[in-house]
Design a protein around this ligand. Structure first.
Ligand SMILES: NC(=O)c1ccc[n+]([C@@H]2O[C@H](COP(=O)([O-])OP(=O)(O)OC[C@H]3O[C@@H](n4cnc5c(N)ncnc54)[C@H](O)[C@@H]3O)[C@@H](O)[C@H]2O)c1
Ligand SMILES: O=C(O)C[C@H](O)C(=O)O
Length: 357
């Protein structure tokens, strides 16, 4: 899996946190180091963030403003976007920023978009599952996807709103009804699971976190999140079965760990904004024809008997270029795969049913 994006963000942050004011790099240099490694002028790309005034939306707006692959940044929410847009727009990087507020400005926000990122909707509180968000977030996603089908039907869509296992199938159904569905352009963002798996593995295996890769497959809720630690690189110190079981559980419960630590004040926002920015950057690089961009994502898939499934995906000019197979799995992972299927399938069916009622 390509890791240059992760490495460059990490090295940029290390450098900023250790440099004195007199030795710090310019802000433009910082943005370049954070994201694309391309030096040639990148094509114009309009990116929208829907839910841009929220806990994820604001830091994600900041990170997308730092991305030199973005030429136009459209920040939409039902409230609060003028302030977020004014604030972010003062950063001296390439993109022009515009804020849009309320449904009557949604068309303008979406018009001409190449990529739409959706972190709109309510987050969990302690004691809730992601599925408990379905009743509110399904409707929000339906409204937003109906508008996407109308105003930017060819955009890539990065779905962050939970429950991702259901919101992606909802989006697919809405696009099908509108006659605009292209399965290559719809992605559930599961990058945070990969980010967590990499971090947790590095700690236990005693390897440099910047070098670690771990595919995470399945879906994005509890046991449907299946990290494949047997494929983790670099190998590092040998981990026992107990350690692998514990790492798997911690990755599956990573979201809950943050929800509980925030004690009623929402779920992961900063790590999610980072993960969302990493995935959006990969999508933009793919659109721009950069070769060998591979990330895990929850997409329409036939690598298992479940119609939507997260796995490694090669990104290209049309979105999904290739869905990569699961690769060799340990017996523990094979067992996890069979266990997750009923829950994932039922979340998919729930989304499909909702979109068609
Ligand atoms: N995929 C993942 O890995 C992942 C990780 C973290 C959070 N999430 C999910 O992301 C979502 C947002 O989380 P958050 O912490 O940013 O929540 P938040 O409440 O802080 O922000 C959500 C934003 O969405 C906006 N919103 C509500 N209805 C909208 C609509 N119809 N159109 C546009 N915007 C609308 C709200 O005004 C708010 O600003 C939640 O569903 C959460 O569960 C997913
Ligand atoms: O856990 C949540 O509710 C938010 C998100 O899906 C996460 O994994 O952090």
């Amino acid at each position: 899996m390509r890791t240059s994006m992760f490495r460059s963000v990490e090295s940029a942050i290390r450098r900023v946190s250790t440099s004195s004011p007199s030795t710090s790099t310019s802000s433009t240099h910082f943005a370049r180091r954070c994201f694309s490694s391309e030096s040639a002028p990148a094509p114009a790309r309009k990116v929208a963030v829907l839910g841009a005034a929220g806990g994820i939306g604001q830091p994600l707006a900041l990170l997308m403003k730092l991305n030199p692959l973005v030429s136009s940044l459209s920040l939409y929410d039902i409230a609060g976007t003028p302030g977020v847009a004014a604030d972010v727009s003062h950063i001296n990087t390439r993109s022009e920023v515009a804020g849009y507020m309320g449904e009557d400005q949604l068309a303008q926000a979406l018009d001409g978009c190449d990529l739409v990122i959706i972190p709109a909707g309510v987050p969990r509180k302690p004691g809730m599952t992601r599925d408990d968000l379905f009743n509110i977030n399904a409707g929000i996603v339906k409204t937003l996807c109906t508008a996407i089908a109308k105003y930017c039907p060819h955009a890539l869509v990065n779905m962050i709103s939970n429950p991702v296992n259901s919101t992606v199938p909802i989006a697919a159904e809405i696009f099908k009804k509108a006659g605009t569905y292209d399965e290559k352009r719809l992605f559930g963002v599961t990058t945070l699971d990969v980010v967590r798996a990499r971090t947790f593995f590095a700690g236990k295996a005693n390897v440099n976190v910047a070098d670690v890769n771990v595919p995470v497959v399945g879906g994005h809720a509890g046991i449907t999140i299946l990290p494949l630690f047997s494929q983790a690189t670099p190998k590092g110190s040998n981990l026992s079965d107990e350690q692998i079981t514990a790492l798997t559980k911690r990755t599956q419960d990573g979201g809950t760990e943050v929800v509980e630590a925030k004690a009623g004040k929402g779920s992961a926002t900063l790590s999610m904004a980072y993960a969302g920015a990493v995935f959006a950057d990969a999508c933009l690089k793919g659109l721009n024809g950069v070769p060998d961009i591979v990330e895990c994502s929850y997409v329409q898939s036939n690598i298992t008997d479940i119609p939507f499934f997260a796995s490694k995906v090669r990104l290209g000019k049309n979105g999904v270029e290739e869905i990569l197979g699961l690769g060799p799995m340990s017996d523990f992972e094979k067992e996890g795969l069979e266990k997750l299927k009923p829950e994932l399938l039922s979340s998919i069916e729930k989304g499909v049913k909702f979109a068609n009622q």
